[in-house]
Design a protein around this ligand. Sequence first.
Ligand code: FES
Ligand SMILES: [Fe+2]
Length: 368
Amino acid sequence: MPTDTLRNLLSAFDPELPLDRARTIPNSWYTAPEVYAAERDVVFARTWQVVGRVDQVAAGGAFLTAEIAGEPVLVVRGDDGVLRGFFNVCRHRAAPILNEPCGTATKLRCRYHGWTYDLTGRLRGTPEFDGVAEFCKEENGLVPVVVAEWGPFVWIHLTPPREPVTEFVGPLKAWIESRGGFARLVWHARKTYDLTCNWKVYVDNYLDGGYHVNTVHPGLAGVLDYREYRTVCDGHTVIQSSPIKAADGETGRTRTGDLAAYWWVYPNFMVNLYAGVMDTNLVLPLGVDRCRVVFDFYFAAGTDDGFVRESIAVAEQVQAEDVGICEEVQRGLNSRSYTTGRFSVKRENGGYHFHQLLGRVLGGNSQE
Ligand code: FES
Ligand SMILES: [Fe+2]
């Protein structure tokens, strides 16, 4: 049951106002531990979450681990080729079963007291456990989570999903398939950034419809046709797109083609596409005022190393600019002077869409 404090915090936002009358979610949603705890239950445990890449778990015995808003999970490919997901929590004393981000294993062995599980999650070995009454190994396998593969991504759902992942990402799926899919893109590198801001500050910044591009990202501004920048909200997704202008310098050399497309998938995943270049951003809450953003960089097969290096450098520059402003915003959200703000009708429909999706689930007004 929500406490009165939480109920008061959550009722402070109206997700049903039209954009021209709307206010943002209040600053307390970025600073209150009660809201963070509620998000773990109604946002992160009830959405499809990317936990890694299919190439990390391609072979039998390959595994990866992840943490979704504090919930440890593991995904492992069985010798039968089936991908399975489990809470990464031993049934004996709750120690993690796997500690590495990824790797291969023939069985899953807890390092605390040595219990072993097979790759299908069944409990196999329980040293020195004979004589324990009413203990049934069959009932003490790893607790499963729902796992799915779509595109180059591995997804999990901590509770029974309301729809398959392909429906959840429906507009993105239709768009990408109309452009030939992800097929020719190859993963090259991962970069991780820890930020001192609430995860939603990063998402808000991403979804402001290009409003900050000219002011915060001078390099990127040179290749985007800002007047034609468009934001379309559709279900659990928002797409922001802009025609590309020819430009000099490393941004101009690495950001080409006819269109830049920035897809967001509720609540915390982004897919950024240019001709032959894709990066994904996964925003992982680490606490009420901390988050980690994981970038994975993909390029068209055969792209030369110099281009890859230059393209990643451009993305890192843009990210450094975003990190700076997001951390400053978090400090402002802690100020007694600020509670909510208004949205630009012309630019910020994507950000309000995010707040509406959140507001409806946190306020309990729908089953989004
Ligand atoms: S906690 Fe895993 S074997 Fe004891
Ligand atoms: Fe930005």
